[in-house]
Design a protein around this ligand. Structure first.
Ligand SMILES: *[C@@H]1O[C@H](CO)[C@@H](O)[C@H](O)[C@H]1NC(C)=O
Ligand SMILES: *[C@@H]1O[C@H](CO)[C@@H](O)[C@H](O)[C@H]1NC(C)=O
Ligand SMILES: *[C@@H]1O[C@H](CO)[C@@H](O)[C@H](O)[C@H]1NC(C)=O
Ligand SMILES: *[C@@H]1O[C@H](CO)[C@@H](O)[C@H](O)[C@H]1NC(C)=O
Ligand SMILES: *[C@@H]1O[C@H](CO)[C@@H](O)[C@H](O)[C@H]1NC(C)=O
Ligand SMILES: *[C@@H]1O[C@H](CO)[C@@H](O)[C@H](O)[C@H]1NC(C)=O
Ligand SMILES: *[C@@H]1O[C@H](CO)[C@@H](O)[C@H](O)[C@H]1NC(C)=O
Ligand SMILES: *[C@@H]1O[C@H](CO)[C@@H](O)[C@H](O)[C@H]1NC(C)=O
Ligand SMILES: *[C@@H]1O[C@H](CO)[C@@H](O)[C@H](O)[C@H]1NC(C)=O
Length: 404
């Protein structure tokens, strides 16, 4: 098992308690299977149960796992289709996986003391509408919740998490994890309630972020995304990341038909590709006043009438720009940027295109090599992306060095 450092203290405590108990004790595990609350009484006297607890698929009605405070292994229940409630009064940590799958009529999950779970895996809990976790789970490395009837995830009160994937919960309309400051691997939401509103008021550092089919995302404190950040098929009209300064990977905004306004006032560097595609109501690609560097390729397709990237001095990949708009000034801008060495790879720019097409290979890969035979037309006009940005090869190179 791999624990990140924030979860260690709880389990270090657990093992010191364990060291004092008798080796023949039932509390030493390695595993127990229970089908009733009476069965669970066998471990009620254990402060720490050192092993796995499996709830048999024949379990029916309500099961209470009372008394025990720590379980070092897994707590698992699969296919107990007659189980209605699973409760525990004193259990505060689960060192392995808390896995509940295929529990057709489970409607109550009440763990009054639970605060630390290494991994949560809840899949196929179609009768579960809410969690009753009085203390709130504040430490977890990995959370996967799919196919439940949850309306919210109140009770998951994390301060940090490795990865969290919440998908296919059709009644989920609200997620607010107030104390979450750090996501170290990934956060992903997809195919939940149509009106899902997500709020992470204190999230500062994240790795990969993916938001699919959501109606609102609020991350006012987000400062750094180490991986990629993607928005797909969302229904919001605006998205704003006021404090975000950089991404380590691709920034993608795709297929969000109502989106009219993007705002990334602090963003200076995109560490991968920059993809804006198929957002039919997005008429201007703007809202990136400080963006200097795109490490990958740039790919814009849609119906936009203008592009404004006043600080852009370095695109290390190529560019693919295709819009239905007939505003030819857009391509003048890109062609000049290519000629000046801002865009290092091949530049393709087409206005008045009936079916704008993205170039997936460009934004997935890293940089492409510069091509002297690109489509850029030779022009000496001084107009470029930035009114006051010097765009000589040298300054582009300096920008590149500074932002590596
Ligand atoms: C440990 O085992 C000894 C002898 O087997 C017994 O006397 C004692 O009560 C046990 N202690 C605990 C905490 O179970
Ligand atoms: C649960 O039931 C499903 C379908 O009835 C089956 O495919 C799956 O293997 C079962 N899982 C376990 C752990 O028994
Ligand atoms: C988030 O976690 C990473 C990796 O552990 C760490 O470098 C960073 O400082 C943390 N950020 C915050 C805001 O705690
Ligand atoms: C983002 O996810 C990819 C796999 O999808 C993984 O390889 C990468 O390490 C993640 N990025 C970070 C910063 O954790
Ligand atoms: C979510 O978006 C995808 C496309 O990105 C779409 O295929 C799917 O139907 C949507 N799901 C829901 C539940 O809205
Ligand atoms: C945004 O960043 C600034 C400067 O680092 C900081 O003072 C401010 O508190 C941040 N805003 C939020 C909402 O976190
Ligand atoms: C876009 O959103 C930002 C931040 O929410 C706002 O300041 C700006 O005025 C909006 N722009 C337009 C054109 O609506
Ligand atoms: C944009 O829409 C077109 C036509 O529906 C589709 O072929 C293309 O794959 C879409 N691009 C992206 C990045 O979703
Ligand atoms: C045409 O595009 C240029 C460059 O983005 C922009 O400055 C101008 O306002 C656009 N014209 C119209 C009519 O939208």
């Amino acid at each position: 098992m791999v624990f990140t450092k924030f979860i260690l203290p709880a389990f270090a405590l657990a093992s010191s308690v364990l060291a004092q108990s008798n080796s023949s004790d039932i509390c030493d595990g390695p595993s127990i299977t229970i089908a009733s609350s009476a069965d669970a009484q066998q471990i009620a006297g254990c402060e720490t149960y050192d092993g796995d607890v499996t709830i048999d698929s024949s379990a029916a009605g309500q099961i209470a796992i009372n008394g025990v405070q720590q379980i070092t292994g897994d707590v698992k229940c699969n296919n107990a289709t007659q189980l209605t409630a699973l409760t525990s009064d004193q259990l505060n940590s689960i060192g392995g996986i808390f896995s509940l799958t295929g529990l057709t009529i489970l409607s109550t999950l009440q763990f009054n003391s639970l605060t630390a779970v290494n991994r949560i895996n809840w899949v196929g809990l179609p009768a579960l509408q809410s969690l009753n976790f009085d203390q709130g789970v504040s430490k977890s490395n990995q959370i996967y919740i799919s196919n439940t009837q949850l309306n919210n995830i109140n009770g998951i009160e994390l301060t940090a998490v490795g990865s969290m994937d919440i998908n296919n919960n059709p009644y989920l309309t609200s997620v607010n994890v107030n104390d979450l400051t750090n996501v170290t691997t990934s956060l992903s939401f997809s195919a939940n309630g149509r009106d899902l509103e997500i709020s992470f008021p204190n999230l500062q550092d994240a790795a990969n972020l993916t938001f699919r089919n959501v109606s609102k995302v609020d991350m006012p404190s987000l400062a750094n995304v180490a991986g990629s950040m993607g928005f797909y098929s969302d229904s919001f009209e605006t998205f704003s990341a006021p404090n975000l300064t950089q991404t380590g990977g691709t920034l993608a905004v795709v297929d969000s038909p109502d989106l009219a306004n993007l705002s990334f006032p602090s963003l200076t560097q995109i560490g991968g590709g920059f993809l804006v595609a198929n957002n039919t109501n997005l008429k201007a690609i703007s809202g990136f006043p400080k963006l200097k560097t795109v490490v990958g390729a740039l790919d814009f397709t849609g119906t936009f009438n203008s592009v404004k990237l006043p600080s852009l001095t370095d695109v290390r990949g190529g560019s693919n720009v295709q819009t239905k708009s007939t505003n030819t000034s857009i391509c003048d801008l890109f062609d000049q940027a290519h000629d000046k060495g801002v865009i290092k790879g091949v530049n393709t720019c087409i206005t008045g295109k009936a079916n704008p097409e993205t170039n997936p290979s460009a934004t997935q890969g890293g940089s492409t090599s510069a091509s002297p035979s690109a489509t850029g037309k030779a022009k000496n006009a001084g107009v470029t992306f930035g009114a006051s940005t010097p765009l000589t090869g040298l300054s582009a190179l300096i920008a590149a060095i500074l932002f590596i």
